[in-house]
Every structure is written in C-alpha cells, then in structure tokens.
Design a binder for this molecule. Structure first.
Ligand SMILES: Nc1nc2c(c(=O)[nH]1)N[C@H]1C(S)=C(S)[C@@H](COP(=O)(O)OP(=O)(O)OC[C@H]3O[C@@H](n4cnc5c(=O)[nH]c(N)nc54)[C@H](O)[C@@H]3O)O[C@H]1N2
Ligand SMILES: Nc1nc2c(c(=O)[nH]1)N[C@H]1C(S)=C(S)[C@@H](COP(=O)(O)OP(=O)(O)OC[C@H]3O[C@@H](n4cnc5c(=O)[nH]c(N)nc54)[C@H](O)[C@@H]3O)O[C@H]1N2
Ligand code: SF4
Ligand SMILES: [Mo]
Length: 709
C-alpha cells in the first residue's frame, strides 16, 4: 500500500507563496490544490502543474563544468566540491589579475525566495550582495529592466520615499483606475480578488491599457492608449484639471513645489493635441480628468505598463502628481502612505567597496545611487570595450538574461569574451550554455524557509527532497561566501536562516512552528494626511521627506542628476510621430511582454501541461490590420523591426487597437518547445533605445511590420 499524505504547504513554483494543500504518494508530490479558506489560498495554472515542474526531465540534477566551446552546450557532470572550488579559484584568479570589480553578478526572477531576498540580496532589489565583501560593486539584477522606475526612481523624485509605501486603498474607494498593469497575472492575484469584491459593491473600475487586457475586459470602461504615450495622456488630463481649477488648491499651495511651471507646461497639451498623440478621444480625456478630480476617494493601481518608454520615469511621476493634486494621496480610498517597512530581521550590512564605481554608475547616476546597483544594460559595453574597466567574470542566479534583455546577440558576444561565468538555475537556460559552471538549484518546494505577506507570515516546510543533487540557492550563496572567506556574514543552514529571520520576535517563531496555516500580523491603525502632521520626515517636521519638504513637481533629485525637474513627456523616439520615414516601412506600433497565465517570463515553456495552454508564441493583431495583410488567426507570421525578424503566430483580435500589435515574450531558451524556442521577442527590441533616466529599454513603444510567413 502506498503511503498517502496530505498537508498544508506553500506553493513553490514562484515567489507568490500561495497557500495550498499538497498530496504526497510515498513521498512524491502528486497533487496540489488551493487551500481555499486560508489567507492567500490560491492556485494558478502554473501552481497546478507543480509536480510536472519539479519532476521535469529537464531539471538540472548535478553541477556541470563546461567542456566545449561557449554557447555549444557541452558539459560534464561534476560534484559540488569540484564545481565550487573551481568557481572560487577562478574568481580569485580574476581578482588577482584585474581587481575585484572585474567580476559582476546578475540575479533575476528566480531569486525572489524570501530568505534569499532578506539575507543574500541588497536593499529593495534582488541583486545578490555576494560580491560586495569580495570587493566588487558590480551587483546587478532585473531591477535594470523592472520595478525600479515605478517603485524607486519616480516616487523618490516626487515624494522622497519608495513606491512600496504607496498602498492603493481599494476597499474604501469610489472609483478605481488600473493603469498599465494587469492584476490577473499577479502572483498571487490578490488584487484581482479585491477588485472583484469592490465591483460587487458597484464601485466603478476604469482600465487604461494599450490593449483590452483581462482587467480591461472586466472593467466598466477600457481606455485604449497608444503604447508609450501615457505621459501625454496625463498631461492632457492635467491640462483639464488645472485649467478648469479642479485640483485641491489648498494642497497644491501648501504642499507642492513647481505647480506654476507645470501649469505653463501643460498648456500645449490640449485634449485635441493629446488625442492625436495617444489615440484617446479628446472627450474621453476631458471626462476622465473631471471624473478623477470630482470623485471623492479615487484609487490608482499601476505598474510595468508605464515603465518601458522613452520617458517612463517621468510619466509615472506625472501620474502620481495627477493623483496628488486631485486630492487622492494619503486619504481614505486613495493612495495610502504606509510607514517605512520595518523588517523584523537583523540584516548584515555589507559595505560598498570604496573608491570604485559600478558599471553604469556614470551613465545612470540616479539609478545607481538609489539602488546601489550596477546597470546591466551597460554590461556588454564593459566587457567588450573595457569601459569603465575590464570585466571578465559573471555570476548569474535565477535569471535568463538572453531572453529578457534586448538584442541578446550583444550580450552573447560579451559572454563569449568572459574568462569565467557561473549560472545557477533549475534548467539549462541559454545563458547557461555560455557558462563554465552550472549549478542546480532546488525549487521552493524542496527547501525550508518562511514567507512574509503584507499582513501575514508562514513557515515554508520542505514538501519533497531536493531533486537530484539540487541545493537551496540561499545555501549555495552562503557556501560560496564561506569558500571566499566570509562565511560568517551568512547564516549557514536553513535552520539558522529561519531563526535569524525571526530573531527580533522569537515568540512569533514559536507560534509559527505550531501554526501550519501561518500567523496573522497585527494591523496598524491608519493616520491620514501624515505630511500635515509631521509623520513623514525623520526630523519630525511637516511635509514630505524631499529636500524642499514639498511634493516636488519640479524635482530637486532629478535636477541634481541633470534631468528635467518637471515630469516632461518624451514622444517614443521609434514611433509614428518621431520617425515618420521608418513608420512607412514598419507601420505597426510594437508592444511586447504583456503577461500570460501559463508562463512566467521565460519559464514553463518546457512543461508539456503548461505549453498545451498556449503552445505557440502569439502576435495579437487587429482584424483590420490582419485583413490588409491577408492574415488569419493561426497563421505563421514574421514580425520584423530594424533589428531583426522573428516568427510568431497570429491571433487576430480586437483586443488590440488598430495599428498596434502585442507580441509574447519569453521564448528563446534551449529546453523550450520548438515554436517558442525560436521566438525570442527581444531579438526585435533595441538595446540602445532607452528611458534616459532609468536606462530601461523601450520594450513597449517600438515599430514593426507583420507579414505572412
Ligand atoms: N521584451 C520584453 N522583455 C522583457 C519584459 C517585457 O515585458 N518585454 N519584461 C522584463 C521583466 S519585467 C523582467 S522581471 C525580466 C525577467 O527576467 P528574468 O529574471 O530573466 O526572468 P525569467 O525568464 O523568469 O528567468 C528566471 C530564471 O530563474 C530560474 N529559477 C526559477 N526558480 C529558481 C530558483 O529557485 N533558483 C534559481 N537559481 N533559479 C530559479 C528559472 O528557471 C529561469 O531560468 O524580463 C524583462 N524582459
Ligand atoms: N503569469 C505571470 N505572472 C507574472 C509574470 C509572468 O511572466 N507571468 N511576470 C511577473 C513580473 S516579472 C512582473 S514585473 C509583474 C508585472 O505585472 P504587471 O505590470 O501587471 O504586468 P502585465 O500583466 O504585463 O500588465 C501590464 C499591462 O500594461 C499594459 N501596457 C503595456 N504597455 C502599455 C502602455 O504603454 N500604456 C498603458 N497604459 N498600458 C500598457 C499591458 O497591455 C498589460 O495589460 O508580473 C509578474 N507576474
Ligand atoms: S502564483 Fe505562484 S505561488 Fe501562487 S499558485 Fe501560482 S505558481 Fe504557485
Ligand atoms: Mo518584472
């Protein structure tokens, strides 16, 4: 008789940490169900296929050492000691020869596990801090292409604090605007559930999105906008709000800096002008602006949709300013300002190596100073031209850079020139093909740890034994630190990590050990309009924690780095208005990478049960545009830009606006099924076309042509 065990657990496929019930047959994970009534009890399609993911034949099972040419995929199996010794020896050699800064690291979406984030990574981001005691400032992460614009640069410039402190008070609002984010693909989709709940109470929801996304489909109104032009749309709305005096005059006068300049600046953005730029009808712009200004308690939810255009940071700044001056900041039902996050852990502070600047610090100084990280878009240049100095080594953890960064051929060229490269992953990625050493990571189903939610905390108890020789990445980092001579800076076992994580509250840890469903954290009482009460600044004075003490519409931080102090709009440089000649040849606006349920960026395209849900990479194209090209749904089509040509499959749909296409992201890794493996959308995007402040590539406002293959 097989032994069958069912128990509460935390889903270990992505960092979402959904509460689930697992079934184990003779210790083997066979089934996962949502823990329906538990907080964060949820199961997405990816979580449902957990057994297939963790036991995938593609999983890396032993450390590997390269035997063939870089990129060719020839490796031999090695044991952990040999692989780690070799890694450390190469790192020491490079340090000796070129200095510690010659080694860089990059961590990505596979490096968000809670203990890893809290003990091995830096600040807000996910950059591993392993290289800091080694002496290299070159720690980078997907923060180079994600979150930092929205979560750090824009809010810091406006308010003087990070975006994680701006909580959408959905439950108390009368109107919710979801702008450039699709909560249906959040992990877990907590926001989606909250929205569904308020909709039952007849709260109006507006979605502003370049396509009719899941949330736009469920909203009361979808405002379709040309990709990358939200900044103009916001200026048009500010034009209405300011000229019709619909703003909170007392707030503006007392608590903002630069309103006069903004008033002057928006004059050229009449709703009619903005209609020509954004494709949003002028009447809609007026109505939208008036509705937001005249409604009490208007909530905003936004994220990556605004990050990837030429003035992404400025557009997001403008959006927050619109919310603030219409009276929706730090009030019930608006964007609530929380206290600074106070992690109850004693984190080791790793000092920055003195006297040596990180890669990209010169090009993107604000990014560098606020994140403390290297800018990975500058990595190829550093390797290929030795600017600002030679870079010879690279450590990648939980990231697939060759599918997630624009123009992978440039990154590949750099990887070929390296003297040493390490990749830690679950699977053989394209990055790993270039590595000298590949280390197999365990999934979160295979480790002991913990998970913090905004109002809740749970212990993560190992569900299955690690597959093959896979190891918990947190322990891999600790082990590397040890071999590099600073193991004392890291806890060295899972038990130690957990104890240290709750060292500030050992009683909570005891409760957690006895509560498989987790422990709810006390809710803090709310205080509104904290700027007026002196609760936002460390000196106790009233106002915002900015240099002027005001909400800075003209930002001194931006000005300090030589950027426009006003949140000025920049038209997409590769767009129909700025590049009319190119537009003749590439007459469709190209947007890439809106999330789909069955994949997580490049992940799961090698899992049959998930691939089945969408077996081909799609380009969403409007019926009118498709007809002109003789394209019907299912056709193989070629999408081309100035950079290249890639085959996708047509999905003819009025979910996208005429003249715009949306192309799936994630393809390009060697273990993926053929159609996806051949379809790396980032062969079409542009490594040199960037937001001038964040350095983020313009993933979502380019030009392309689509033709039948
Ligand atoms: N054109 C275009 N490009 C984009 C985007 C877009 O919208 N359009 N989106 C951008 C965004 S927002 C981001 S965040 C980046 C994503 O950038 P990446 O970080 O490259 O994201 P993934 O493709 O998810 O790669 C994560 C890797 O981690 C591995 N992994 C999973 N779990 C673990 C683990 O526990 N340990 C270890 N060591 N590895 C693990 C996975 O197998 C996978 O290879 O892509 C960006 N690129
Ligand atoms: N299933 C699944 N979940 C994921 C991921 C995944 O790959 N798969 N990725 C994870 C990652 S790395 C991140 S960063 C988060 C991101 O989370 P979100 O920011 O919510 O990402 P999306 O779901 O792509 O939603 C972005 C929305 O912005 C829209 N958009 C794109 N360009 C524009 C524009 O110019 N203007 C406007 N107004 N809208 C625009 C897109 O059409 C899309 O509907 O999701 C995470 N969750
Ligand atoms: S969102 Fe992530 S954690 Fe939740 S069920 Fe899906 S894969 Fe698992
Ligand atoms: Mo992301």
């Amino acid at each position: 008789m097989p032994t069958i065990e069912r128990r509460a657990a935390i889903c270990g496929i992505c960092p979402g940490g959904c509460a689930v019930e697992v079934t184990l047959k003779d210790g083997r994970l066979t089934n996962v169900e949502p823990l329906k009534d538990a907080p964060y009890g949820h199961l997405c399609v990816r979580g449902k296929h957990a057994p297939e993911v963790v036991y995938s034949p593609h999983r890396l099972k032993t450390p590997l050492i390269r035997t063939g040419e870089r990129g060719k995929g020839k490796f031999r199996e090695a044991d952990w000691d040999e692989a780690l010794d070799f890694t450390v020896q190469k790192m020491r050699e490079l340090k000796e020869k070129y200095g510690p800064q010659a080694i860089a690291s990059h961590s990505g979406r596979g490096a968000f596990e809670q203990s890893l984030v809290e003990f091995c990574n830096e600040r807000d981001g996910v950059a591993s801090k392993l290289l800091l005691p080694f002496g290299s400032p070159n720690i980078a992460s997907t923060g180079t292409v994600c979150y930092v614009s929205f979560g750090i640069l824009a809010p810091m410039a406006n308010f003087g604090f990070s975006g994680h402190r701006l909580l959408p008070d959905v439950e108390n609002c009368n109107l919710l605007v979801v702008w450039g984010t699709n909560p249906a693909t959040d992990s877990p989709p907590t926001f989606w559930k909250r929205i569904t709940r308020i909709q039952k109470n007849k709260v109006r929801v507006i979605a502003i999105d370049q396509m009719r996304s899941d949330i736009a489909d469920h909203a009361d109104q979808w405002v379709g906008v040309r990709s990358g032009t939200d900044g103009a749309l916001i200026m048009g709305m500010l034009h209405v709000v300011i000229n019709e005096k619909l703003y909170d005059q007392e707030f503006v006068q007392k608590w903002t800096l630069g309103f006069e300049e903004l008033s002057d600046y928006v004059q050229k953005y009449t709703p009619e002008t903005v209609e020509r730029i954004t494709l949003v009808p002028s009447q809609t712009i007026r109505t939208l602006a008036r509705e937001i200004a005249n409604t009490d308690k208007v909530c905003l939810h936004t994220y990556t949709g605004l990050e990837y255009t030429n003035s992404g940071v400025q557009n997001i700044r403008a959006l927050y300013i619109l919310w603030a001056i219409t009276g929706h900041i730090d009030v019930p039902g608006g964007l609530y300002i929380t206290g600074p996050a106070n992690l109850p852990i004693q984190r080791e502070k790793f000092a920055r190596p003195a006297g040596i600047k990180a890669i990209g610090a010169g090009e993107y100084p604000m990014f560098h100073e606020l994140t403390g990280c290297a800018h990975y878009m500058e990595f190829p240049k550093a390797v290929l031209t030795k600017t600002p100095y030679p870079v010879k080594g690279l450590l990648i953890n939980g990231s697939s850079t060759l599918t997630s960064y624009p123009q992978p051929e440039i990154f590949e060229e750099a990887y070929r020139k390296l003297d040493f490269m390490l990749v830690i992953d679950l699977f053989m990625t394209r990055d790993a093909l270039f590595a000298d050493v590949v280390l197999p990571s365990a999934t979160y189903y295979e480790i002991n740890s913990y998970k913090r939610y905004p109002d809740y905390v749970r212990l993560r108890k190992r569900v299955i034994e690690p597959v093959g020789q896979a190891r918990n990445c947190t322990l891999i980092m600790a082990e590397l630190a040890k071999r590099l001579g600073y193991g004392h800076l890291y806890p060295q076992s899972e038990k130690e990590f957990i104890e240290k994580a709750f060292a500030g509250d050992p009683e909570l840890l005891e409760r957690l050990k006895n509560s498989p469903d987790g422990v709810r954290l006390p809710v803090q009482e709310r205080t509104y309009k904290k700027y007026a009460l002196g609760l936002l600044r460390s000196d106790g004075r009233t106002g915002f924690p900015t240099p002027s003490g005001k909400l800075e519409i003209t930002s001194s931080l931006m000005a300090k780095y030589g950027y426009d102090a006003l949140p000025v709009y920049v038209e997409p440089v590769e767009g129909p208005l700025q590049a009319p000649e190119l537009y003749q040849k590439y007459p469709l606006v190209l947007n890439t990478g809106a999330r789909i349920q069955s994949t997580f960026r490049s992940q799961h395209l090698n899992i049959p049960g998930l691939v089945k849900l969408q077996d081909k990479p799609l380009v969403l194209i409007h019926p009118g545009d498709a007809e002109k090209r003789g394209i019907v749904s299912g056709d193989k089509v070629l999408v081309s830009t100035r950079r290249g040509q890639v085959a996708f499959y047509a999905d003819v749909t009025n979910k996208v606006l005429p003249g715009q296409v949306e192309v799936n992201m994630g393809g390009g890794n060697p273990t993926q099924v053929e159609a996806w493996r051949q379809a790396n959308v980032n062969c079409l995007t542009d490594a040199n076309n960037r937001d001038y402040v964040s350095g983020f590539p313009v993933f979502k406002a380019l030009l392309c042509q689509v033709e039948k293959a």
